[in-house]
Design a protein around this ligand. Structure first.
Ligand code: HEM
Ligand code: HEM
Length: 176
């Protein structure tokens, strides 16, 4: 049996969703890091890129979850129950993140008094009305979660590389 059709790998759509979401999350972070000072053209451009990338993460997250419900991943590789538990917990946190963080971003913009407009699309996303108090709380949550997930994503990536280089198992290869 070829390795591509093996039951011990993620399906092609699951692999596509995983890496497409990774690239878009990385782009959302990059755009924020390089956006430049308040009032600059650069900030406007990179904030637009950030909102585009983040909204696409949410769209792909919905499709990914639907796919995942009908096509469970391959069996777990970890034989150590503690590592298996930590891996499950991290995956659950990452799934929540790709829904919650973009939704908070949209709600932050809406409660600040604006619709989310994605450049090039005639689309106005409004999930909530203006609410100054909520805006401040949501902005804080978006910032806190955004900063915390640098570490969660880093830990997840390190675990994947550790499996590949130290345990020398198929964990990374079966999602490539
Ligand atoms: C996976 C998706 C997303 C990630 C990882 C993410 C992450 C972040 C981070 C790290 C910041 C900087 C917070 C700080 O000041 O320290 C930020 C700011 C911001 N995000 Fe997101 N975000 C995402 C999605 C979205 C979406 C979908 C929107 C709106 C459509 C959005 C709107 C904003 C805005 C407007 C700011 C600037 C807030 C300000 O400084 O006034 N984000 N985001
Ligand atoms: C934004 C970044 C990322 C997110 C949101 C994310 C999310 C996820 C999720 C939710 C799963 C579980 C898959 C499922 O059960 O359907 C997963 C699996 C996996 N991810 Fe990521 N991931 C990210 C980045 C990375 C990076 C950078 C690497 C490698 C360097 C990586 C390597 C893996 C591997 C090897 C698995 C399979 C684990 C297993 O089968 O036990 N991921 N990822």
């Amino acid at each position: 049996m070829s390795s591509r059709s093996s039951a011990d790998r993620y399906s092609q759509p699951a692999i596509f969703f995983h890496w497409a979401i990774f690239v878009l999350v990385a782009l959302a972070y990059l755009a924020i890091e390089i956006r430049g000072p308040k009032g600059s053209d650069s900030r406007l451009l990179w904030t637009a890129v950030h909102q585009w990338a983040g909204s696409l993460v949410l769209t792909l997250a919905v499709l990914r979850l639907l796919w995942r419900l009908w096509h469970p991943g391959p069996p777990e590789i970890n034989t150590n129950p503690l590592l298996a538990f930590l891996a499950r917990l991290t995956h659950l946190a990452l799934y929540l993140f790709i829904f919650v963080q973009p939704l908070l971003g949209i709600l932050m913009v809406n409660t600040g008094g604006d619709p989310v407009t994605l450049a090039g699309l005639n689309l106005h996303i409004v999930l909530a009305g203006t609410d100054r108090a909520a805006h401040t709380a949501i902005k804080d949550a978006h910032e806190l979660i955004g900063n915390a997930f640098y570490f969660v994503i880093g830990l997840h990536a390190l675990a994947a590389i550790g499996h590949h280089l130290i345990f020398r198992d198929r964990t990374l290869r079966r999602i490539l």
